[in-house]
Design a protein around this ligand. Structure first.
Ligand SMILES: Nc1ncnc2c1ncn2[C@@H]1O[C@H](COP(=O)(O)OP(=O)(O)O)[C@@H](O)[C@H]1O
Ligand SMILES: [Mg+2]
Length: 378
């Protein structure tokens, strides 16, 4: 099966979203795509969530800033006359949530009540689906920004495949659940809270929030829930719009996976879900693929050759150790190749497939990122 790189996507799409299970290399892939885009002469915005500190530092990014930061072209080796540029923005979930509240609150008073509410402050960053929702939200607010040709969206670190797709529903559901509704009603009926009206489930929720004990706590919860209810309409509408936008032909999803069987199975499932949802899964990136060595050391005679060429005395124990390492590597390489073949059979409709090798070290500098970029957009 021939491999096709992502170069055409990088050169022409408006939005590229990297998705996959936690830790497979979404952020690395997003950064590499963004770099490749800039080198192809496009003005790229890379919207990332959890860049490794070392990677951010090596790109010259202050880690504390959540503003858009233009990366120095010298740092990424862009020629002076290149039209391309690379801007990075780190998504701040809490801040994006605040901006949404500002946009959708009924009144200034409601806005301030929500933003200053201790419970809001506690949950804004940790409610189910919030980071995923906020990532999409941010994308939506930037997609028409004409300072950029390409927006690369990285997705949250811990999300598994499905979280991202279902984020809007999950986030709205978390606040719109029967439990929460019952709680709001209890508050509204009594004017102040009657504990007797609270369901057992709600009591459990509250005990989970037991940090906020003391007078006024329940009133605070109820007040918050009432206020935030008024945001739901806005959230829902917006979530639907975001989802529609993600189906546009100029939006490409890139599924990133490691070659581990579980990750591959999850990637295939996610690819299906996205496709069912009307989104375009345009590429598969297998990351950290293990390969057997380029040098053939599969027999003692060959090992002896390689060692003596390297100027090392080829004694028996050393040769045995090398052979063992080679055999182990071959086993892993075969397993990875089999998994990738399985995924490609199952996902034949995805035309672009690339394999990024497992490097000896993390991808944390421009040189390593460039290697990944070169493979992805060969
Ligand atoms: N091909 C690779 N070889 C070696 N290390 C890699 C490779 N791809 C990613 N990494 C490292 O693995 C870690 C997780 O990658 P990351 O892109 O942050 O994953 P995710 O965003 O999916 O959680 C990072 O430390 C990164 O530098
Ligand atoms: Mg990440």
């Amino acid at each position: 099966m021939a491999m096709q790189s992502l170069s055409d996507l990088v050169a022409a799409r408006r939005v590229i979203v990297t998705v996959g299970s936690g830790g497979v290399g979404k952020t690395t892939t997003a950064a590499a795509i963004a770099l490749a885009g800039a080198r192809a002469g496009r003005r790229v915005l890379c919207l990332t969530i959890d860049p490794a500190k070392r990677l951010a530092t090596s790109l010259g990014l202050g880690t504390m800033s959540h503003e858009a930061q233009l990366i120095d072209r010298a740092v990424i080796g862009l020629p002076e006359d290149s039209k391309g540029s690379l801007t990075a923005m780190m998504l701040d979930v809490r801040r994006t949530f605040d901006e949404l509240v500002e946009r959708y609150a009924d009144s200034r008073e409601a806005r301030d009540r929500i933003l200053n509410n201790a419970i809001y402050q506690q949950i804004a960053g940790s409610l189910a689906g919030t980071p995923e929702y906020m990532a999409m939200e941010k994308l939506y607010s930037l997609k028409d920004d004409n300072r950029y040709d390409l927006i690369v969206l990285d997705t949250p670190p811990t999300s598994n495949a499905i979280d991202f797709l279902e984020a809007p529903d999950r986030m709205v559901a978390a606040m719109d659940s029967p439990t929460v509704q019952a709680f709001v009603q209890a508050f509204e009926k009594g004017g102040s809270l009657s504990l007797k009206l609270l369901s057992k489930a709600m009591a459990q929720v509250l005990s989970g929030l037991s940090k906020f004990t003391g007078a006024g706590f329940l009133e605070q919860v109820a007040g918050f829930l009432t206020d935030i209810q008024s945001l739901f309409g806005g959230f829902r509408d917006r979530a639907l719009k975001v989802r529609e936008e993600l189906k546009a032909p100029n939006v490409a999803f890139v599924v990133v996976s490691s070659p581990e069987p579980m990750a591959v199975t999850e990637a295939m499932f996610f690819g299906e879900k996205l496709t069912e949802g009307g989104m375009r899964v345009e590429a598969l990136v297998f990351n950290r693929v293990r390969r057997s060595g380029v040098v053939d050391i599969s027999s003692p005679a060959r090992i002896a050759n390689v060692l003596s060429e390297a100027g090392v005395e080829p004694h028996v124990e050393l040769a045995a150790g090398v052979l063992k390492a080679y055999q182990d590597a071959s086993v892993w390489a075969r397993r990875d190749a089999n998994e990738i073949a399985r995924a490609r059979r199952e996902m034949q409709s995805v035309a672009r497939v690339v394999e990024v090798p497992a490097f000896d070290e993390d991808v944390y500098d421009v040189a390593a990122l460039s290697r990944v970029a070169a493979i992805i957009a060969a």
